[in-house]
Ligand binder design. Structure first.
Ligand SMILES: NC(=O)c1ccc[n+]([C@@H]2O[C@H](COP(=O)([O-])OP(=O)(O)OC[C@H]3O[C@@H](n4cnc5c(N)ncnc54)[C@H](O)[C@@H]3O)[C@@H](O)[C@H]2O)c1
Length: 256
């Protein structure tokens, strides 16, 4: 084991979307990265590294698996010897449609990845973070974690649970580990465009974005980089007295 001179961040769901954007921003900010995503995930989009700069260790794992989390932490410990930041970002949208037809197995899958995955990540991160002086955990919730919505009940319930996990862990882990959540509104990633294809394929991209942002004062989807930037802020010393915060990154969507 070596102890890295740089801060180290574990980022889940790192192969695509918001996780991939976060890897880019954290590398730019000087973090070594443990990038976690499912087996077979396309890690080829990870940023190109410069010699002598931060490095990225990739790990294939499922965030809903206790054993996979143990492996992620052991890779982080062996490779970098410390842990400063955990961005619990991996998540899925699950089934779309009425709660009356919502498949039970899908409800359990959404809960396993979005809720148990975040819980396990936090629990596994604590020991190594404490050993190396404390740290910061950022959980990716959603605007659907603070308000309800028709036809996406499993996802919304899971993201409300992420808010609860964040607040409870913040109280228990203070003062050495800060725990906060970001709550993005619809963001320009696979997740939204798959939803377009699944439930609104007859609308244009513009019509779809307008429909999903009609109640967002800033009137557009977020970009993945904008969520990554908020996570980077919560990770760093600029947020040194912020814990238990549920930060909207939503163009005002939840302001009204
Ligand atoms: N895109 C949005 O509109 C939006 C809005 C609010 C919140 N979020 C949240 O942001 C997070 C990232 O979403 P995104 O839009 O980047 O989605 P995405 O689908 O583009 O990327 C998610 C990544 O997570 C990985 N992943 C999925 N299940 C996993 C598992 N069990 N273990 C490990 N990795 C897994 C996927 O392989 C993928 O690479 C999610 O938690 C999502 O709920 C997204």
């Amino acid at each position: 084991m070596k102890t890295a001179s740089r801060p180290v961040a574990i980022i889940t769901g790192a192969a695509r979307g918001i996780g991939l954007a976060a890897v880019g921003r954290f590398v730019e900010a000087g973090y070594d990265i443990v990038a976690v995503d499912l087996p077979g995930a396309p890690f080829e989009d990870l940023p190109t590294l410069t010699e002598g700069g931060p490095s990225i260790e990739t790990v294939n794992g499922d965030v809903s698996s206790d054993q996979d989390w143990a492996r992620v932490i052991s890779v982080c410990r062996d490779r970098f010897g410390r842990l400063d930041v955990l961005f619990n970002n991996a998540g899925i949208e699950g089934a779309l449609g009425s709660m009356l037809d919502y498949p039970l197995a899908e409800f359990d899958r959404v809960m396993a990845i979005n809720v148990r995955g975040v819980f396990l990540g936090m629990r596994h991160a604590v020991e190594l973070m404490r050993e190396t002086g404390g740290g910061s955990i950022i959980n990716n919730a959603s605007n659907m974690g603070v308000k309800g919505s028709a036809n996406i009940i499993g996802y919304s319930a899971s993201k409300h649970a992420v808010v609860g996990l964040t607040r409870s862990a913040a109280i228990e882990l203070a003062p050495t580990i800060r725990v906060n959540a970001v709550c993005p509104s619809p963001t320009n990633t696979r997740m939204m465009w798959d939803m377009h294809d699944r439930v609104a394929a007859d609308t244009t991209d513009d019509e779809f974005e307008r429909a999903f942002t009609a109640t967002t004062p800033m009137g557009r989807f977020a970009e993945a980089d904008e969520i990554a930037e908020a996570a980077l802020f919560l990770a760093g010393s600029g947020a040194s007295f912020i814990t238990g915060a549920i930060l909207p990154v939503d163009g005002g969507n939840t302001a009204g």
